[in-house]
Design a binder for this molecule. Structure first.
Ligand code: PLP
Length: 458
């Protein structure tokens, strides 16, 4: 018999979670004005809101915590992380920050000014917000295939090099401070970018003399997909693929809460000292001195170990197999999910799931509320609430895709939990024709409104 797949770790510590009743959930979700971010975790049975900072650290990471050096300047933890980042990514210079958006804030303070244009592949929401906060524009140059959830394509995160070249050709170099490659591309569904594509983007960027930065939250998952899917890489190690990926960039921003498997942390990697020096000023201003940047020494140690844990093939195989396991259960039941499955999450195509709800009534949010009521499973809307209003016209933006994301925390849930999630969503799918009304907004913030938005049923 062929041996089945099994997780590459065993469990040493557990945390209790509680199932709740449908009546409780109906009351709780109404109490928080249908905003899933406002629920308490005690009101959630399986929490797939995000894979950010929700992973389980390894015994090796916890032992590193005990070795943290809390010196303000020049701690051994800083140097441990610096050496690890050099070893894993190849970048000589780095700044610690407290999370990924802080890395964006520091880097963009040094690079982006009003009126600038920042092309990339479906910028992540905080990335886009930090660009727009500076009155600059994020231009999405993702390949068109990414927006058809049914299309099978191995690298739906790829940058469309023609779209990119168009932007570079039609704008002055002074207006384009950087190109961002998001690996994997979160907003288009956790979809990977191929090395071939990164090589091409890098060549175009060189031609126009514009730096390339990787938004690298899930760089290790991206490397796994390259190993599995890209021709010529099946025998190359994850670490060597990671090295090659970053060789095409001038720097990186990192949310360590993803592929470094810690609960809080981030950093920026730089190839050149000149820009590192410029960004250091802002790091000190916003984050803290350059050898800690908003991080405890022990947390920098955990990030360093997490970068090694997170780039192990066996771990990545376990993780990505679990995400695909959930995806396959849903796909087999006919639930419209994005295909191929993403690295960190399953994305449910809400427009196809709930075709009777007009886009003005927030389709993906409606689905996320229904799933919570059905099984106490918390997903998240990646649709027109998250897309915010256009900052110039003030009109709602309706992205091509209305998605509900089910993000899987790293090393946290078992496949029994995945069975439960699938059953909950399939139950909603079976009664989808009875869901005919969505929501209207009663209160919203001017930017990143999804975190605090309040809604009422139509
Ligand atoms: C999570 C994430 C960020 C922001 O990082 P935080 O740690 O949440 O601030 C930026 N880009 C991508 C692609 C991400 O997934």
């Amino acid at each position: 018999m062929k041996l089945p797949f099994a997780e590459s770790y065993r469990i040493k510590m557990v945390e209790s979670i509680r199932r709740t009743t449908r009546e409780e959930r109906e009351k709780w979700i109404a109490d928080v004005k249908y905003n899933l971010f406002s629920l308490r975790t005690s009101q959630v049975f399986i929490d797939l809101l995000t894979d950010s900072g929700t992973g389980a650290m390894s015994d090796r990471q916890w032992s590193e915590m005990m070795l943290g050096d809390e010196g303000y300047a020049g701690s051994s933890s800083y140097y441990k992380l610096k050496d690890t980042i050099k070893e894993i990514t190849g970048f000589d210079y780095f700044l610690p920050t407290h999370q990924g958006r802080a890395a964006e804030n520091v880097l963009f303070s040094a690079l982006v000014k009003e009126g600038d244009i920042v092309p990339g592949n479906s910028h992540f929401d905080t990335t886009k917000a930090h660009i727009e906060f500076r009155k600059a524009h994020a231009v999405d140059c993702t390949i068109d295939e990414a927006f058809d959830t049914t299309l099978d394509h191995p690298f739906k995160g790829n940058v469309d090099v023609e779209k990119l070249e168009n932007v570079l050709e039609n704008n002055s170099k002074e207006k384009i401070p950087l190109i961002i490659i998001t690996i994997t591309c979160n907003s288009s569904g956790g979809q990977p970018v191929s090395l071939k594509n990164m090589r091409e983007v890098s060549a175009i960027a060189k031609k126009y003399d514009i730096p390339v930065y990787c938004d690298s939250a899930r760089f290790a998952e991206n490397a796994y997909f390259i190993k599995i899917r890209e021709e010529g890489y099946s025998d190359v190690s994850i670490r060597d693929i990671v090295k090659e990926m970053f060789s095409y960039a001038d720097g990186m921003t990192m949310s360590s809460k993803k592929d470094a498997i810690v609960n809080m942390g981030g950093f920026i990697g730089f190839k050149y000292k000149e820009i590192f020096d410029k960004a250091s000023v802002y790091n000190i201003l916003f984050e803290g001195f350059i050898t800690y940047g908003g991080m405890s020494g022990r947390d920098m140690n955990a990030v360093a170990q997490g970068l090694f844990d997170g780039t192990e093939f066996d771990y990545l195989e376990t993780r990505i197999n679990q995400v695909a396991y959930l995806g396959q259960l849903l796909k087999d039941a006919g639930v419209p999910v994005q295909y191929p499955f993403g690295g960190h999450a399953i994305f449910v195509d809400a427009k196809r799931f709930l075709p009777n709800i007009p886009k003005e009534e927030f389709i993906a949010q409606t689905l996320a509320v229904e799933l919570y009521i059905e099984g106490g499973v918390r997903g998240v809307e990646i649709g027109s609430i998250m897309a915010d209003r256009d900052f110039e016209t003030g009109l709602n933006r309706y992205p091509d895709l209305e998605l509900m994301r089910l993000a899987i925390p790293r090393r946290v849930y078992t496949n029994d939990h995945m069975n439960y999630v699938a059953a909950s969503l399939i139950n909603v799918f079976d009664r989808r024709k009875t869901i005919t009304k969505g929501f209207r907004i009663t209160k919203e913030a001017p930017i990143l409104r999804h975190f605090t938005v309040e809604l009422e049923r139509i």
